[in-house]
Write a protein that binds this ligand. Sequence first.
Ligand SMILES: Cc1cc2nc3c(=O)[nH]c(=O)nc-3n(C[C@H](O)[C@H](O)[C@H](O)COP(=O)(O)OP(=O)(O)OC[C@H]3O[C@@H](n4cnc5c(N)ncnc54)[C@H](O)[C@@H]3O)c2cc1C
Length: 563
Amino acid sequence: MKSHDLVIVGAGLAGMRAAVEAVEANIDVAIITKIHPLRSHSCAAQGGVNAAIDPNDSWEVHAYDTVKGSDYIGDEDAIELMTREAPEAILEMDRMGCPFSRLEQGEIAQRPFGGASFDRTCYAADRTGQVMLHTLWEQLVKAKVPVYQECHVLKLVTDSENHVAGVVALDIATGMVFGVRGKAVLMGTGGYGRVFISNTNATTNTGDGMALALRAGAPLADMEFVQFHPTGLLTSGILVTEGARGEGGYLVDKEGNRFMEKYAPSKKELASRDVVSRAEQTEIMEGRGDNGGIFLDLRHLGAEKILERLPQIRQLTIDLEGVDPIHAPIPVRPTAHYSMGGIRTDAYGASPLKGLYAAGEAACVSVHGANRLGGNSLLDATVFGKITGKAASDYVKSRPEPNFPDEAVAEVREHIREIKMHEDFGLRPVELHARMASAMNSFCGVFRTPEGLEQISTQKDGRRQRYKQIHIDDKSNAFNMDLLRAVELENLIDLAECIVRGAIARTESRGAHSRTDFPKRDDAQWRKHSLFSWNRDQGVVELSYEDVRTIGKESYIPKERVY
Ligand SMILES: Cc1cc2nc3c(=O)[nH]c(=O)nc-3n(C[C@H](O)[C@H](O)[C@H](O)COP(=O)(O)OP(=O)(O)OC[C@H]3O[C@@H](n4cnc5c(N)ncnc54)[C@H](O)[C@@H]3O)c2cc1C
């Protein structure tokens, strides 16, 4: 049996930042990741990371923007913690050698981003996540942190006292299933964009950590809040960064008319994402779009600016959409992008399940509430990666070696054997996934209608039934991607159920959750977090609620959100 004091699942920005902190604290830490660390989705982040590093800006204004952006359901203590720590967290990355773009005099360059009242998004051209991830990876290589690469975690293990005892993982190259004992486990497993068919996410973003935590007894929070990014490429869903609008890009209808002024008179294209996505969807539904999409026009920025600031965007658009943004508008549409919900934690990353910590997109701290601001997620992963890494390191120092139950590994082996044995009369994982994810886009997307929610809710039992008969063609042990798609799908099914349950129960519209039958925000009844827990005996998800953590600042009192 492998054994470490702290086991971090996930080598994205959150997991790696946490590991750096554990190394500082002299903790025996290891990372397990289902893909090579540098392929984590953080690497795809383009536009930038927010921090009030300009003397004319302040963390208080950043905090206010974030509270407002969250539609008044973010936890105010955690938001203040994140925005206060932000400048130091970014300067720390800078000192580690992160090559941010610079101004003439050498200061870190910052660009405007949606929902922000100051140009506070630090960036490295349109490859910010990539440079941040590489910077942290260098630190881990230097510190020789053990990394179990291409090992897929399939179970979060608890002991008889309901304390976390480690994980069970599958070595993808060999098919070997093995246990890793840990006094604490930190989930940095990212989001669940693949619940939706049209999304900006990597194929690996299947919310594994959230589903494993749920089944092990930790609550998830705010799962109904799913961010739709206004500018996914029309055909592939691949992201065009908000930085493209930050640099001055316009959204236009099929006649070339700008329309954002109708919806957000002051901020226009740079209103927060929920507002812009709803505006686009309305234009599309009212017939002013084209082929299910709308357009992002960058032509007026000129070739030089596009080539300097948005080189990757130009290439992606040429390769995937057949359009050169220097010469033509880019067809885009709102596309599932970010999970505001996740494993419920306190402001220091601890979940109610003893020994389980979470950071980054897998966690719901909650700093993003009902709607995340662009540039606040790389920040969340960096700041709370650090804070949670420290909290988990402190925790393991005083804990004895846990008792890892032997049967945990056997159970996972048996589960895999069962999936491989199913007779050939069920659906393939990709087919069942496509059905579910298409339905999620249609019925639980930007706008949620009572009929759509009803329809998707009634499909739930049939889907679980079909999953039980799922068929995989590949029965081998080495690199069995068929098997991995099947176990990931199991997680997506659980998470989709939470999203739909939360969306049906929340009879209001707030942030990214927009109900056509309840178009207004209802603070009296709904200024609270949804909590999802797994009832082991009945095998169902249960819903309860928790108050938002407020700190009594007058400027944070909810008011109408206009941009
Ligand atoms: C295209 C795109 C662009 C974005 N641009 C920006 C931006 O400009 N600014 C911004 O602030 N935010 C942006 N975001 C959001 C932001 O990038 C992510 O929220 C953030 O990087 C998530 O980091 P993370 O460390 O939580 O997870 P990830 O980077 O997603 O890493 C997850 C890790 O978990 C591992 N893992 C998952 N499941 C398992 C398992 N079962 N077993 C073992 N390992 C597992 C994976 O291998 C991976 O290493 C963007 C997101 C996308 C999709």
